[in-house]
Unconditional design. Structure first.
Length: 393
């Protein structure tokens, strides 16, 4: 059996972490299967070294711009998949080929293009991009024989846009970190200028992550408790205008020296930051299944999180939940998780227990089993279609 995996949309973040773990575990538990990863020029260093039963191919055309990528995926990719002789095409992203000769499975990572409030806040280019992505996502799901969602919340959410009864679907979570690179935590904290207790938030900076509201809530909490630890935000800047708004807001309020942006942080350093924080904050409102949350639980963080999207489902009660749009509520939860020692310890213990539910091996096995189910259904449908039809005279 040969499976093609289209990865042209993959960049740094949860999608890349998921894909690299799938490559690793597909090779371990299905060495008899062949996999061909189809990407674009410039992605060569994103992925782990190809296992023995994997082949990587990178193409120039989809690397030129977004429109060239969409054109290549829609009209060139089907011919490539057919030429390779694949039995199934796996697209771990929101969009891809319109139709191929073999069954297609789509994995949905992103629901941001479907949130009108988020789109309204974006610049004109992003508005157009997100609207196009929404249309492409719906088209891709409708042309798929199987759709994998990262949570039940995500599956329910998309039921408002497509009829999930028309193809096979599954809700399959991300896994948890399996190997923690040994580092000297003291050196890591010194590297980022961290001394004493601190509050941590990890997230690439997009508007739907609600970083601005989180910072505003922290500053509000600081107004009633000046002894709160400083807040450190780790994550790449994907919206400079939005970051500028946040920093201007911080400068206008007292306590501006208590909020620090660390930028992108390497994975090993993140582990040290998770392990040593007094509390972890996560304010996103459009999550499907955050790798960051699972990482934070694996390291035993005491968490206060948004009550939106798939976050309550993923964390399973191992966090305090707040309404991101309610500054008073969020500030109250921040103070509670810092000031109440018993609550803090309770949440740390719940995080560790909840993290044991997740496994990349389980994720990979469930995904391969889903592929088999899609192929079996396709074979059955093809057999039925090939049977001679009875003619009634």
């Amino acid at each position: 059996m040969k499976i093609a995996i289209k990865v042209t949309h993959i960049t740094y973040g949860g999608g890349l972490a998921h894909l690299n773990k799938m490559i690793e575990w597909f090779a371990r538990i299905a060495p008899e299967r062949r996999f061909v990863v189809l990407g674009k020029s410039g992605q060569e260093k994103l992925f782990i070294e190809a296992p023995k039963n994997f082949e990587y191919r990178f193409f120039k055309a989809p690397s030129l711009n977004l429109f060239a990528q969409v054109f290549w995926e829609r009209y060139k990719l089907p011919g490539i998949v057919k030429e390779i002789g694949c039995d199934l095409l796996f697209e771990p992203g929101n969009y891809g080929a319109r139709s191929v000769h073999c069954p297609k499975v789509t994995l949905i990572h992103n629901i941001a293009p479907f949130d009108n409030q988020y789109i309204k806040e974006e610049n004109p280019y992003q508005k157009i991009r997100l609207k196009l992505l929404k249309r492409a996502t719906i088209s891709s799901m409708r042309s798929s024989q199987g759709v994998i969602y990262l949570s039940e919340y995500c599956r329910d959410f998309y039921s408002g846009y497509i009829d999930n009864s028309r193809q096979k679907t599954a809700a399959i979570f991300h896994g948890r970190p399996e190997f923690v690179e040994p580092v000297d935590d003291t050196d890591v904290l010194r590297k980022y200028g961290i001394q004493g207790e601190y509050i941590l938030s990890v997230s690439h900076i997009y508007r739907y992550k609600r970083i601005k509201e989180m910072v505003q809530s922290y500053l509000h909490a600081l107004g009633t408790n000046l002894d709160l630890p400083p807040l450190y935000i780790a994550g790449g800047n994907y919206d400079s205008e939005y970051v500028g708004q946040i920093k201007r807001m911080i400068r206008k309020q007292s306590g501006s020296d208590r909020v620090h942006f660390l930028g992108a942080v390497r994975e090993a350093d993140l582990g040290a930051l998770y392990r040593n924080c007094r509390a972890f904050l996560f304010s996103s409102v459009l999550e499907t299944c955050s790798v960051i949350l699972i990482e934070a639980m694996t390291h035993g963080c005491a968490m206060a999180c948004s009550n939106r999207g798939a976050i309550p489902e993923v964390t399973g009660g191992a966090a305090l939940y707040f309404d991101t749009d309610n500054i008073e509520d969020c500030a109250f939860k921040i103070r509670a998780i810092i000031e109440d020692e018993d609550l803090n310890l309770f949440l740390r213990e719940k995080s560790l227990r909840r993290s044991e539910f997740f496994s990349w091996k389980k994720t990979a096995k469930q995904t391969l089993d889903f592929f088999d189910g899609v192929l079996s259904a396709h074979s059955k449908d093809s057999l039925e279609a090939s049977k001679p039809q009875k003619v009634t005279v």
